[in-house]
Design a protein around this ligand. Structure first.
Ligand code: COA
Length: 224
């Protein structure tokens, strides 16, 4: 009698090997390197520079940015320490952090991050802010769209999540404009300085259509 073939196993060195391969092979994103991406409207996404520290301190003086973030940077030293951490996480394959900046001026327009990477499931979480002077120009949803296009295509992520407090309608609008589908509310899911907040969850999957805020000139995939 022919023996039944053993199911394929992955991660044989692990205590309990998996029966499914990881969505993203360990080491592949570190090898690819952190991309710099066009966000349209004269903005780009680029890795953080230590010289951005002053802009980060200034951004966190804005009450709206401070309200929706549980950490703050009060001094150049604190912001520089933060930026050094943001610069190191790509190599570790745990998080990716970008400055949204004017392509010509170099001015800091905002921040965009892909946090909480799970390479097995191919998931990550999007987080952002835009400096007050650049708000209302669509820069945040264009940057999120450019990053999601890259992450779900070249980066091989399967699902990107984006959660904001139900008390933050501007963030909800930016998420929808970036093509992130509304999935529901996670009750009492995040602790802010003023207490627990219900979090509205959005997500974009690799097979979803693209957002309406795509950078001008970027190709739309067939069937979009
Ligand atoms: C949320 C945020 C990132 C949006 O960035 P942005 O670059 O200004 O994004 P947009 O230019 O697309 O503008 C936001 C959209 O929200 C809408 N909006 C703004 N305030 C709103 C409100 N109170 N209620 C409903 N919609 C609102 C704007 O009209 C715009 O939509 P429109 O283009 O259809 O008119 C920015 O407002 C911000 O940094 N806020 C403070 C920090 C923050 O909330 N971060 C997110 C935490 S989850």
């Amino acid at each position: 009698m022919t023996p039944k073939p053993k199911p394929k196993r992955f991660g044989e060195g692990d205590a309990v090997p998996s029966l499914v391969p990881p969505a993203i092979a360990a080491g592949s994103l570190a090898a690819l390197g952190q991309p710099t991406l066009e966000a349209g409207g004269g903005a780009l996404l680029r890795p953080w520079l230590i010289s951005d520290a002053g802009g980060v301190v200034e951004a966190f003086r804005d009450p709206a940015i401070q309200r929706w973030h549980v950490r703050g940077a009060d001094s150049l030293e604190e912001a520089q320490g933060w930026i050094r951490r943001w610069q190191s996480t790509w190599e570790d394959e745990t998080e990716g952090h970008w400055a949204v900046a004017g392509a010509e001026s170099g001015a800091l327009l905002g921040r965009l991050s892909l946090k909480a990477w799970n390479l097995t499931d191919g998931t990550a979480e999007v987080a952002y802010w835009t400096v007050p002077a650049a708000r209302g120009t669509g820069v945040c949803p264009r940057a999120v769209t450019a990053l999601a296009d890259w992450a779900l295509d070249e980066g091989r992520f399967h699902r990107l999540e984006l959660a904001h407090s139900t008390a933050n309608p501007a963030s909800c609008r930016a998420a929808v404009k970036a093509g992130f589908t509304e999935e529901g509310v996670r009750r009492g899911a995040a602790l802010h300085a003023d207490g627990w907040h219900d979090m509205h969850l959005h997500a974009r999957l690799a097979q979803d259509g693209r957002g309406s805020c795509r950078p001008a000139g970027s190709a739309s995939p067939a069937g979009d």
